[in-house]
Design a binder for this molecule. Structure first.
Ligand code: MN
Length: 262
């Protein structure tokens, strides 16, 4: 991935009718995507289909709303795959009405995910709906981070806490169009910002967002920061590589980064 690339760091390629076509549509554009998955087997299946596509990186996930369905065989897949990718997600907790009944299973699962990824250098994209404080606490407790809070929508106080702890936030087109989202965006320092679409779950009018719509976020940040879009692209790319490259390897510069990117 080159420096001028716009990155959608959280989308669900496997939820589109034709995942391969979705990824191929990015060829020749300025956009690349991190495709999150919801289960370890889902990751394996997507990797078989898209593993050699240049415009996508695949993230190994255990979605909180799927947490209670994992068996030991699934965990073995997780443990085997986690050493083969630099991207983990979607993981986390969801205490919204949809997830409330499985709260205990989710916490147990997220703890196990964090134990497994601890000490590894990865882009970790986390879901925290209605559970922002708990996600932050479990990250702290397990010594994992920095992580990327995707579509953060919780209290500003917890936002301040997660930023203080060194975590990042990824913003999507739905956030730039909502008052609360804008308030959150304004609060996050530039060196902790990433962009995402959460497509196809984010809707733009009547249509579902695709990774190319990440451009909307870059354009919004350009206006907010009073910087050219090209500058925003550079800043977010730098943020992305800083999550993937070990600071101890800083002297290796691009060499160190390239090893993680390809
Ligand atoms: Mn998502």
């Amino acid at each position: 991935m080159a420096r001028e690339i716009m990155l959608d760091t959280h989308c669900h390629i496997d939820e589109y009718p034709d995942p391969l076509a979705e990824v191929r549509s990015l060829d020749g554009t300025a956009v690349a995507a991190v495709a999150v998955t919801s289960t370890p087997r889902g990751f394996e299946a997507l990797r078989r289909r898209l593993g050699s596509e240049r415009r996508v990186r695949l993230a190994l996930g255990v979605h909180p709303l799927r947490a209670s369905t994992l068996n030991e065989a699934d965990w073995r897949v997780f443990e085997r795959c986690v050493i083969e990718t630099s991207y983990v997600g979607e993981v986390g907790l969801d205490f919204s009405p949809e997830g409330r009944a499985t709260r205990t299973a989710q916490e147990r699962t997220f703890r196990r995910v964090l134990r497994t990824v601890a000490g590894r250098r990865q882009l970790l994209t986390v879901h925290s709906r209605g559970a922002e404080r708990s996600v932050l606490d479990l990250l702290t407790e397990s010594g994992v981070g920095p992580a990327v809070f995707h579509w953060y929508s919780g209290p500003l106080k917890v936002l301040d806490g997660l930023l203080e702890a060194g975590h990042y936030c990824s913003f999507n087109p739905a956030m730039v169009r909502s008052k609360k989202g804008q308030e959150i965006i304004r609060r996050v320092p530039r060196d902790h910002v990433l962009a995402e679409t959460d497509g196809p779950f984010v809707k733009l009018g009547r249509r579902r967002a695709t990774p190319s719509d990440v451009r909307i976020v870059y354009e919004y940040l350009s206006e907010l920061w009073q910087e050219p879009v090209g500058t925003v692209v550079g800043v977010l790319f730098q943020n992305f590589t800083s999550l993937l490259s070990d600071p101890r390897e800083k002297n290796n510069g691009l060499e160190g980064q390239a090893r993680h990117l390809y």
